[in-house]
Design a protein around this ligand. Structure first.
Ligand code: 0X9
Ligand code: ZN
Length: 428
């Protein structure tokens, strides 16, 4: 019955935008899209699916390259609305239970978003001029596409939820372990966008992930991929990001979306870690941009990142991307003290110097920028001796426009690859 209905549904919904059109996950094509001039007219708001209300269901895109797999999906109860032109993907509607079922099986879910986003007409996207930046959904979709195209080496998993219930997604590149399981291989962890308005700090690790997949067969990269455990979390504070771009206008928002005791919003996640918590460079005043929260690790996002580190003690090196100061910073930032271990100090300085050469940025001890306590990199170093760097990307503000993306990513890919080269033996 359902099989007969599908063509009718497709015909009746032929006016829908081609939501399932395959978007590219290749690094070169992503950069081409970024360099292309923005379209003259604003993109139309996503249209409501006729007759559908915002009721907890999802608009889902799934890889289904043959008829048999599409049929199986229908039998599972997946409501196929669109088959992509190349017939490789289908999009349609699923409730939460079905989406969970599909995600936990071998089915390749490429993207999913609440139907509410389609029917409410609420914009959650960048201003038109910056449309090439990736919002939360686009970031999630790209990570999933990369994993779907490289299933032998990559997987995507959530490290936990945000205040508003979004998943914080991690792409893992590991030839033997998928998802969140343990690995003995030395780990390198790249994280971005813990501060909401620093959108370039999502683009760099996200496009680095795409670059890695494109270059997976280059002998040097192949070697890192087969010997290391690489984690990439491009958007550590998705609630803040989505708020910052709400209604297509920038909100200059830095923090997470915690509702504070005084009614204000947001804790500075980079002041909420348990490293000299809420001493210098942090504020107890909730409306402040550097509000440290009511206690260390009061926030789900900082707890998720903490627990992620604690679950992966094999992580040796780390970058947290921020913007914008063109700096490579090494611990400590919460104190003028040097790290006590001279071997670690030498490695931190050496690696920071080399990453500075590769990017053209300035290397310095984090506290030289200013002392700020509760910082994620200080905590990672103090807890597990992770060689942790804050990379302050370039630009002339928080919203430097699309033109800076390519150069910034190119330069930082070089530094990230260098960090990979140091991960197995940082003290070389
Ligand atoms: O203040 C911060 O959290 C970072 N700078 S930003 O402008 N992106 O907000 C710098 C963190 C460096 N760490 C310390 N100085 N502790
Ligand atoms: Zn920042």
């Amino acid at each position: 019955m359902k099989k007969i209905l599908v063509p009718l549904i497709l015909a009746s919904l032929s006016v829908l935008p081609s939501l399932a059109a395959a978007s590219s996950s290749s690094y070169a094509q992503l950069l081409e899209q970024i360099s292309a001039p923005p379209p003259a007219a604003p993109a139309p708001a996503p249209k409501a699916v006729p007759g559908q209300r915002a009721d907890g269901r999802y608009w889902v895109t799934i890889a289904a390259p043959d008829k048999r797999s599409r049929t199986r999906l229908l039998e599972e109860g997946f409501d196929i609305v669109v088959v992509s032109k190349d017939r490789r993907t289908v999009s349609g509607i699923a409730d939460k239970a079905l989406l969970d079922r599909l995600s936990s099986r071998a089915v390749s879910v490429l993207s999913s978003r609440p139907l509410a986003d389609y029917s409410s007409g609420v914009s959650r996207d960048f201003p038109q001029a910056d449309a090439v930046y990736h919002n939360y959904q686009e970031t999630t979709d790209l990570l999933r596409q990369l994993a779907a195209k490289n299933p032998d080496i990559a997987s995507v998993f959530s490290i936990g939820k945000t205040v508003q219930g979004r998943d914080i997604w991690c792409l893992r590149v590991n030839t033997s372990v998928k998802g969140n399981g343990p690995s003995d291989k030395p780990g390198a962890f790249f994280m971005g966008n813990i501060h909401a308005r620093e959108h370039l700090a999502d683009e760099v690790p996200l496009l680095f992930a795409s670059w890695l997949m494109d270059h997976r067969n280059d002998p040097e990269i192949k070697n890192y991929i087969s010997t290391l455990d690489i984690f990439i979390i491009p958007m550590a504070n998705p609630d803040g990001v989505e708020y910052d771009i709400k209604d297509g206008q920038y909100q200059y928002f830095r923090k997470n979306m915690e509702k504070n005791s005084d009614g204000s919003f947001g804790v500075d996640l980079n002041r909420n870690f348990d490293s000299w918590w809420c001493r210098e460079g942090a504020s107890h005043y909730p409306p402040s941009d550097t509000y440290c929260g009511p206690k260390a690790f009061s926030e789900p996002e900082s707890r998720d990142i903490r627990d992620f580190f604690l679950a992966h003690k094999n992580i040796k090196t780390h970058i947290s991307y921020h913007s914008y100061a063109s700096e490579i910073l090494y611990p400590y930032g919460g104190s003028d003290e040097d790290v006590a271990d001279p071997r670690d100090k030498a490695a931190l300085v050496k690696i920071a110097d080399q990453m500075a050469k590769l990017t053209g940025y300035t290397a310095e001890k984090s506290s030289a920028l200013y002392i700020a306590t509760g910082d994620s990199c200080d905590w990672a170093y103090a807890t597990d001796k992770v060689l942790a760097f804050t990379v302050e990307l370039e630009g002339d503000g928080f919203y430097p426009g699309p033109a800076v993306i390519k150069g910034t990513v190119d330069r930082n890919v070089k530094a990230a690859v260098y960090l990979l080269s140091m991960t197995a033996n940082p003290y070389q």
